[in-house]
Design a protein around this ligand. Structure first.
Ligand code: NAP
Ligand code: GLV
Length: 313
């Protein structure tokens, strides 16, 4: 029997592009673009989605599994019509961990090696050297040691910076000091100067980057948020930067995206803004991963990356 999947994203053009990529990779299977204007059920057992309309799940009643075209499933899980029984499979890595490593290393080195100060010196045509740094003075803490956070923590550790990681289950990672659970969050933050957030957005992690937690960082702390905007209480960050408690932040994700033109983050001298590009979904890697998993499921083989609906990631 032909394997059928329905593809739905936030725009018709994007949906068409993904459909074509899946058809090219697996010509014997059928990949249809979902359209709200002709909601005839396709009979597909699989959906492949990124921020789909909720109505998809009302119409496509034969679905057994939904593949998310991204790592974070927070917006998908918020859809009111998503059935509880449906298996959700998130993207695991697929080229994103490497991009995230680059992003975090750039943010860390920009802060620790004072590259923004050299840019100011150059603009003033001023030859001004600064003392060498001691990496021990820049302990990095990675919140979330999953597919992406583990790669990030290990890449930073390879450069010789002291690195700790915080996760729910405190699974050991070679070369990384591990802190686990809410009860060890304060100790993790207290030894950290550069805080990197790679947590999923769940009810337990929303607003976790708040005044109390950010105030626990070592003096002249620096925040790199590459996870979700709703992790950060934006006015708390601004207050801590303006009060001199933190030295800066590099932010890729925001509570409202695109970041509104009048948002104070755009013009704040201590903040670097990027438009949710820390790790972009790569089409070839993503298609290969999802096709591989659908083939496995068709053979009755269990796949990894299935979201636990209880914990929300
Ligand atoms: P993942 O593999 O599911 O890893 C999640 C990690 O967070 C795990 O280590 C987990 O702990 C930990 N965690 C979850 N809830 C926790 C809690 N309450 N307390 C402490 N630790 C907790 O996720 P991933 O693939 O690495 O992706 C992480 C996030 O990055 C995504 O959800 C997405 O929001 C974001 N992201 C952003 C971009 C971008 O371009 N900006 C791109 C891709 C992904 P355990 O190990 O104990 O389970
Ligand atoms: C992007 O933000 C993702 O979750 O993959």
């Amino acid at each position: 029997m032909t394997v059928k999947a329905i593809v739905a994203t936030q725009s018709a053009d994007n949906t068409r592009r993904w459909c074509q990529a899946f058809r090219n990779a697996w010509p014997e299977a059928r990949f249809d673009a979902w359209s709200e204007s002709s909601p005839v059920p396709s009979g597909a057992r699989y959906a492949i989605v990124w921020q789909p309309p909720s109505a998809l799940f009302r119409n496509e009643t034969a679905l057994e599994a939904v593949f998310n075209l991204g790592a974070g499933v927070d917006s998908l899980l918020r859809l009111p019509e998503l059935p509880r029984s449906l298996s959700i499979v998130r993207l695991e890595g697929a080229g994103m961990a490497e991009q995230m490593v680059e992003y975090v290393l750039y943010g860390l080195l920009r802060a620790a090696r004072e590259f923004s100060n050299y840019a100011v010196s150059q603009a003033d045509v001023r030859w001004q050297t600064r003392p060498a740094i001691r990496r021990e003075d820049w302990p990095v803490g990675v919140m979330g040691l999953g597919t992406i956070g583990t790669e990030v923590a290990q890449a930073v550790a390879r450069l010789g910076y002291p690195v700790a990681g915080w996760s729910r289950t405190a699974r050991p990672v070679p070369g990384i000091e591990i802190f686990g659970g809410q009860e060890n969050l304060a100790a993790f933050l207290a030894r950290t100067r550069v805080l990197v957030n790679v947590l999923p957005l769940t009810p337990d992690t929303e607003d976790i980057l708040n005044r109390d937690n950010l105030s626990r960082l070592l003096p002249d702390g620096y925040l790199i948020n590459v996870a979700r905007g709703r992790h950060l209480v934006e006015e708390d960050l601004l207050a801590l930067l303006d009060g001199g408690r933190l030295m800066g932040a590099m932010l890729d994700v925001f509570r409202t995206e695109p970041l509104p033109a009048d948002h104070p983050f755009w013009r704040h001298p201590g903040i670097v803004v990027t438009p949710h590009v820390a790790a972009i979904t790569l089409q070839d890697d993503t298609v290969a991963q999802i096709v591989g998993k659908i083939r496995d499921m068709e053979r009755g083989v269990a796949v990894s990356g299935v979201v636990n609906r209880g914990s929300g990631y």
